[in-house]
Ligand binder design. Structure first.
Ligand code: RBZ
Ligand code: NIO
Length: 341
């Protein structure tokens, strides 16, 4: 099937026309929760996660059976500015590691029982240096959105977009600054391990990038300041929505890519939960701006989809309780006396 967009404006129109959750499934799921063998509310946020998931799947007794993780990789011209503790070659080397099964995300996906795909995007041709001009042309951004759109398996029932791209915390910080304002220092972090001088320099580069790229509007910001792997993550997150597949957001980079969708069309991330909050300081700030409370806080600062893959277990557990537990009447357990008793 051809991809249903050829320009950023087509993609924006498509975002405005994506499906919402099924209110009936949410109401039925909540009613079922009230019958389960536990004090009301005792499973805390798991109860909300289960109702949210049932709404998106249109199934009041859903389970997570086929989670999919896709790791997108891209290279960044801005690495020439000295913004990462590692060289660009590491991106392709890590892609080989993902393909050989040797990275953290491979291990975590194995534990979660998730399918893991890897999509390397034109690694020999870094994007433009955002310190001086746009990362991508409109056509380049559409090509990356398309790669993401096509990577989603319509048969998946929970989706995680991961990334690998040396320099991409600089892109993510620039996107966050362009969309949410403040100062560059509010959004930069040490990434792969910059020292204090490196961090101060990175803030200057991010400030220059936003000044050099006056684009506003979520998709224009994504093209100007993103990278191919960020645009692909955005395309995949939108495709998941079109298939009513709930999404778990990973760390700062994934959330910055997703934030471009929300800036373009408010509500575009309603099918996405924040799986974790990373140690990159801009991440908590960005989640706050998006109104998303993370499920986990483990001090991760890796990317690759790692924190979101850990969140798969939380969502699976929420649905196992919701859909598998006995009701009070099934188990023959006395319910709490009602107000009229
Ligand atoms: C070996 C290695 C594995 C990684 N896996 C994810 N990242 C993470 O670090 C990079 C972002 O940090 P910065 O902006 O400072 O370059 C991204 O590739 C991200 O996925 C890695 C980085 C390295 C070095
Ligand atoms: O939050 C993240 O995703 C992150 C932080 C540091 C390095 N790489 C990724």
């Amino acid at each position: 099937m051809p991809t249903p967009f050829v320009t950023l404006s087509d993609f924006s129109a498509l975002l405005r026309d994506l499906p919402g959750p099924d209110a009936g499934s949410i109401a039925t799921a909540r009613a079922r929760d009230a019958t389960l063998t536990k004090p009301p509310g005792a499973l805390g946020r798991l109860e909300e996660v289960a109702a949210w998931y049932c709404g998106w799947r249109g199934d009041a007794r859903a389970r997570v059976c086929a989670p999919q993780v896709v790791v997108f990789a891209g290279n960044h011209g801005v690495v020439a500015q000295g913004v990462s503790a590692f060289p660009s070659e590491v991106t392709a080397q890590m892609v080989a590691n993902f393909e050989a099964g040797g990275a953290a995300v491979n291990q975590l996906a194995g534990v979660a029982g998730a399918r893991l795909d890897v999509r390397a995007l034109d690694l020999d041709r870094p994007t433009g240096d955002i310190a001086t001009g746009p990362a991508m042309s409109e056509a380049g951004c559409v090509a990356a959105l398309t790669a993401g759109w096509e990577a989603v398996d319509p048969g998946a029932d929970l989706f995680v977009a991961g990334e690998m791209g040396i320099g991409n915390t600089t892109s993510a910080a620039a996107i966050a600054l362009a969309i949410h304002g403040g100062t560059a220092a509010d959004w930069v972090g040490r990434g792969t391990g910059l020292d204090d001088a490196g961090l101060a320099h990175k803030a200057q580069v991010v400030a220059r990038a936003v000044a050099a790229n006056p684009a506003r509007g979520g998709l224009a910001v994504l093209a100007a300041l993103g990278g191919r792997e960020l645009a692909a993550m955005a395309g995949a997150i939108a495709r998941a929505r079109s298939q009513r597949i709930p999404v778990l957001l990973d760390g700062f980079i994934c959330t910055a890519a997703a934030a471009c969708l929300e800036a373009e069309v408010p509500g575009a991330l309603d099918h996405a939960l924040a799986a974790h909050v990373s140690a990159e300081p801009g991440h908590a700030r960005l989640l706050d701006r998006l109104g998303k409370a993370p499920l986990l806080s483990l001090g991760l600062r890796l990317g690759e989809g790692s924190g979101a893959v850990l969140g798969i277990g939380v969502v699976q557990s929420a649905l196992a309780c919701h859909s598998g537990m006995a009701s009070f009447s099934e188990a023959g357990i006395s319910g709490a006396p009602g107000p009229e008793a």
